[in-house]
Write a protein that binds this ligand. Structure first.
Ligand SMILES: Cc1cc2nc3c(=O)[nH]c(=O)nc-3n(C[C@H](O)[C@H](O)[C@H](O)COP(=O)(O)OP(=O)(O)OC[C@H]3O[C@@H](n4cnc5c(N)ncnc54)[C@H](O)[C@@H]3O)c2cc1C
Length: 278
């Protein structure tokens, strides 16, 4: 993934086997596959089921009051994404590392030949646009404007699309998502862990959102296993999870800042460390 021009940047990462590769899958397919795996591993699934409030006893989270009633647990994992449900319930503070960022995204019927095999990330005068074919005759786009004063309207973000895409008919509505860079000050505590976007998030150009959601779920399960099997090490297991997640976030934050410094019109707020606390 790189901006147009000579500067190249390996956004996915690399290890001794070579550069990491990016894969694309529709959210519905991935969700269904993960749910099926969980069910076959013996997980009891309630769906749909909204979590309303956290149940606590002496500062410890002991369960969830949800559509399905009161569910008690040794640990509650919050995987509510940008909603950050449990963080709000517990009034956890967060560090915000960017200006307010809203990604607009939509779908188009059709598939211009130049996007047929490889997705593209295009630098625009106000940010970037990501374009990818995600199915036969279906093209996805995401547009992000860097500056708060340029938070684009739906119409403006469509106008940032390359001309060959502007001509294509829209499929569904254009939507927006808060993708401001943010990490919760506490991602593990007595009786709870935060995973995925509920714990920390960067904008989609970091390209690790789904991977981080999956891997933080696995690490959280390990932390819970460790603290239940060796209760004396409970605090250590929570601290280890917090260090692991924070380390990854800080690494990706540095990478994303480097990437944006190569942008022909970099965000003005880029040099500002720790923009504010929430
Ligand atoms: C436009 C856009 C494009 C992106 N592109 C990419 C990409 O190409 N690659 C990539 O890796 N990442 C991408 N991301 C980021 C990626 O989508 C997220 O990082 C990832 O989905 C986070 O997963 P999650 O499970 O933590 O949260 P989510 O996927 O947001 O899932 C959270 C779930 O919790 C549910 N929920 C919320 N509150 C409650 C409640 N109270 N009770 C019950 N359920 C609740 C929500 O309905 C939702 O189903 C993109 C993000 C955006 C906005």
């Amino acid at each position: 993934m790189h901006w147009n021009g000579p500067a190249r940047f390996n956004a996915f990462g690399a290890d001794i086997t070579g550069p990491w590769r990016g894969f694309q899958i529709s959210r519905a397919l991935l969700d269904a596959a993960l749910l099926q795996q969980a069910a076959s591993a013996g997980v009891e699934i309630y769906q749909p089921c909204r979590a309303h409030s956290a149940l606590t006893f002496e500062q410890q989270v002991i369960g969830v009051e949800a559509d399905a009633g009161c569910l008690y647990a040794s640990y509650v994992i919050d995987a509510s994404g940008a909603a950050g449900w449990l963080g709000r319930q517990l009034h956890l503070k967060a560090r915000i590392d960017s200006a307010a960022l809203v990604a607009r995204f939509g779908y188009l019927h059709g598939q211009p030949a130049r996007y047929a095999s490889n997705p593209r990330l295009l630098a625009t005068t106000d940010g970037w646009t990501w374009i990818a074919r995600i199915g036969p005759q279906l093209t996805h786009w995401t547009h992000l404007a860097f500056e708060t004063d340029a938070l684009q309207t739906v119409r403006q973000s469509r106008q940032m699309l390359p001309e060959d895409l502007q001509a294509l008919p829209q499929s569904g509505t254009i939507r927006g998502a808060d993708v401001s860079w943010r990490i919760s000050a506490t991602v593990a505590g007595d009786g709870y862990l935060l995973v995925g976007d509920a714990a920390c998030r960067l904008d989609p150009a970091s390209s690790h959102g789904v991977l981080k959601a999956l891997m933080s779920g696995m690490q959280a399960a390990q932390a819970i296993h460790d603290s239940l099997s060796r209760p004396l090490l409970r605090t250590a297991a929570q601290a280890q999870y917090q260090r692991w997640l924070r380390g990854w976030y800080e690494h990706d934050l540095t990478q994303l800042r480097s990437f944006y410094r190569l942008h022909p019109f970099p965000p003005r707020w880029l040099g500002t460390d720790r923009v504010k606390e929430d």
